[in-house]
Design a protein around this ligand. Structure first.
Ligand code: ITT
Length: 195
């Protein structure tokens, strides 16, 4: 079954394809459909943004569309960067975002954080979402080269002291916010009457 993943982030696409390897789902992305517009994300919640991305692409492509809106919530920063994770710093690069995050937490002992991912499915006549979370903490300095985004500064509770960027993709997908959201994809497809 072909599913169109409404993302411009190649790292996400790689993770999702690895998660769904060996299943009947074949993932296409916006890179495979260059005529489609880049969807907006103007909402205040991960749910609103995931649905907005999936709805906008579905309106053009008229095929089943999934979208993932994700980010990092830091307790000591009242949940920031949250839905603004991609553009947290003015430069909006992964390096600048991580540097700004570490600067904001400088001297703070409460390092609790979590990654959140909301997966949306939009088909003809049905739409719904599923949420996954990965609890952990922000480290003092970046470590590791795998993954993307905030992975070098985030130490999940379940990785024994390694950051997400020090894990293999298989290890990350087994515990990540995205892995947990996408594990619910068959449930969403069943509810949509597609399985
Ligand atoms: P699309 O909207 O095109 O899918 P994006 O990168 O903008 O791509 P999001 O809006 O969901 O995706 O972005 C959230 C940001 O949160 C992302 O750019 C990263 O900075 C961060 N993020 C999300 N998932 C992450 C992960 O698994 N590891 C590290 N950082 C992550």
């Amino acid at each position: 079954m072909r599913l169109l993943l409404a993302t411009t982030n190649p790292h996400k696409a790689t993770e999702v394809r690895a998660m769904l390897a060996g299943t009947p789902f074949v993932i296409e992305t916006l890179a495979d459909h260059p005529h489609l517009p880049e969807p907006g994300e103007d909402g205040d919640t991960f749910e609103a943004n995931a649905l907005q991305k999936a709805r906008e692409i579905h309106a053009h492509a008229r095929v089943p569309v999934i979208a993932d809106d994700s980010g990092l919530e830091v307790t000591a920063l009242d949940g920031a960067p949250g839905v603004h994770s991609r553009r947290f710093s003015p430069e909006a690069t992964h390096e600048a975002n991580n540097a700004l995050l570490l600067a904001r937490l400088d001297g703070r002992t409460d390092r609790e954080a979590r990654f959140v991912c909301v997966l949306a499915l939009v088909t003809e006549g049905w739409e719904g979402t599923a949420r996954g979370a990965c609890p952990g903490r922000i480290v003092d300095a970046p470590r590791g080269a795998a993954g993307f985004g905030y992975d070098p500064v985030f130490e999940p509770d379940e990785l024994g002291g390694r950051t997400m960027a020090e894990a293999t993709m298989v290890e990350k997908n087994a515990i990540s916010h995205r892995g947990r959201a996408f594990a619910q994809l068959p449930t969403l497809l069943r509810r949509a009457g597609m399985l």
